[in-house]
Each structure stands twice: as structure tokens, then as C-alpha cells.
Design a protein around this ligand. Structure first.
Ligand SMILES: [Zn+2]
Ligand SMILES: [Zn+2]
Ligand SMILES: [Zn+2]
Length: 260
């Protein structure tokens, strides 16, 4: 990249937990020919000139790494432990083969506890030789900002129903996936954003995700220069909604790249 201070964001997955199309569904969105309506599970890649950080290992992690020809990562940040955000964890093995070292992961205590339950074998003595397990170096996130390579990261506390999850701010970019409630204290970390990616599951309200209308009202409050909606379910057709959104807001899609 020409400007060393810039970061590049790639949306690897912009879909809700079941992905779009959803298995067995023949609704107009699931059967749409528009590539914008093909959504893998939510994950993004953040790259500087020297550092590459993934946010969440979705169940489509392997496909996402292959699609974008990504062979190595410097770290993974986890937002929370719902399976659509951790399901690809086992495939960290392939990154280990390339880098020959444990992959640093960053997460809060609750996410770690749940990750250990779901992928128990990665955190125990092996039963026998021959089966590789993902090798990770665990970093617990507290309130403070931290640095990976030349990328500075600020965790943002969010609520996802009752669950405490993390959003992340990197320079003037923020990623707030899987949330329906931004605590008052967190707005201070969302000031003066160039780009915000925010949860907008569907048109109707949901107990743990922002609807489109709720996401738009958060965008109104946060006032980023540009916003993208993500974690999209099959009730939303890209071409229907994108043209109705305010000028500085779009729906994200798999493969979208943004420079910040
Ligand atoms: Zn999710
Ligand atoms: Zn459908
Ligand atoms: Zn979730």
C-alpha cells in the first residue's frame, strides 16, 4: 500500500449465522443470481503495510482464506463465542503450518471459556500422536487498547442481547457486529469515524441484533463519514435495500474492500 498509515479492510463474510443462501430455502434472496446476495458467515480482514489481523474465525474460515489466497495471519481477534464467529477455529492449523508458531488470539474471558468448551481438544494434552490441533497463544483483552504489529486496536464493549461482546476500533474504522445495544460509555470510542461496519440483521426487530432501522438510527447518532451494514439475513435483498439507504450508508457484501 502506498500510504503506510492506511489500513485495508476486506469483508470476508457479511451473512448471518446460517449464511445466505440458507440450506433448503427457495426465497427470492436465497435463489438470487446477484453475487451480493451470496453471504458467507461474518468475518473481516484488516491489513496494514506489514500486519494482517482477522476478526473472527467463521465456519466459512477455510473457504474465506482460500478465496482471498491468505496463507498467514498475525493474529485473530474474537468478538464473541457464538458458533458463526468461532466455527472455523480448527482450521487455524493451516495457518500454523505456514507460520510454524502458535497464532496469537485476542478475546475476552467469557469468549475464551466458551471456546475451550467448544474446541476442548485444542486446550488439552493430545490423546494420541497424529492428529494436529490448532496452536494458539492466548491474549485476554481488558479495557485497554493494544497493538499487533503496527496496528493499534481499541476494544469496544457492546451488548448482544444479554451477552457482553466486543467491537473493535482500528484507526478511524470500527467494526460492531452482533450487537443490539451500544452502552453509553462506548460512544466515546466511536467518535470521528471514517468508516463504521455495523450489525443490521433484517427489517424486523430481533432480541440480539440491530434491525436495519435501528442500525440507521445508531449511524445517525455516531455520524461516521461512511457506514456499511453487515450480518445480513435472507430477508434482505441487496439490490432492494442498498438504493434506499442514505447516501453515506451501504450494505456490505463478501469481497468488499475499504481503505481507511
Ligand atoms: Zn453472528
Ligand atoms: Zn431464503
Ligand atoms: Zn452472535
Amino acid at each position: 500500500m502506498c500510504d503506510s498509515k492506511k489500513i485495508k479492510i476486506t469483508v470476508l463474510g457479511s451473512g448471518t449465522s446460517s449464511g445466505v443462501p440458507t440450506i433448503g430455502c427457495d426465497c427470492p434472496v436465497c435463489t438470487s443470481d446477484d453475487s451480493h446476495d451470496k453471504r458467507l458467515r461474518s468475518s473481516i480482514l484488516v491489513e496494514s503495510a506489514t500486519t494482517r489481523v482477522l476478526i473472527d474465525t467463521s465456519p466459512d474460515f477455510r473457504q474465506q482464506m482460500l478465496r482471498h489466497n491468505i496463507k498467514s495471519l498475525d493474529a485473530v481477534l474474537f468478538t464473541h463465542s457464538h458458533f458463526d464467529h468461532i466455527g472455523g477455529f480448527d482450521d487455524i492449523r493451516a495457518i500454523n503450518y505456514h507460520t510454524h508458531r502458535p497464532l496469537p488470539i485476542y478475546l475476552n474471558e467469557v469468549t475464551l471459556e466458551n471456546l475451550k468448551r467448544t474446541f476442548y481438544y485444542s486446550f488439552e494434552q493430545p490423546e494420541q500422536l497424529g492428529g494436529d490441533v490448532p496452536m494458539v497463544e492466548i491474549n485476554i483483552i481488558n479495557d485497554r487498547s493494544f497493538r499487533i504489529g503496527d496496528i493499534d486496536i481499541t476494544p469496544i464493549k457492546l451488548l448482544h442481547g444479554k451477552m457482553h461482546v466486543l467491537g473493535y476500533r482500528i484507526n478511524d474504522f470500527a467494526y460492531c457486529v452482533d450487537t443490539n445495544n451500544i452502552p453509553d460509555e462506548s460512544y466515546a470510542k466511536l467518535k470521528n469515524l471514517e468508516v463504521l461496519i455495523i450489525d443490521a440483521l433484517r427489517y424486523t426487530t430481533h432480541p440480539t441484533h440491530f434491525s436495519v432501522a435501528e442500525a440507521l438510527s445508531e449511524i445517525e447518532k455516531i455520524k461516521p463519514q461512511q457506514s456499511y451494514l453487515t450480518h445480513i439475513a435472507h430477508q434482505i435483498m441487496h439490490s432492494d435495500l442498498d438504493k434506499k439507504l442514505p447516501g453515506n450508508t451501504n450494505i456490505s457484501f463478501d469481497g468488499l474492500q475499504i481503505q481507511v
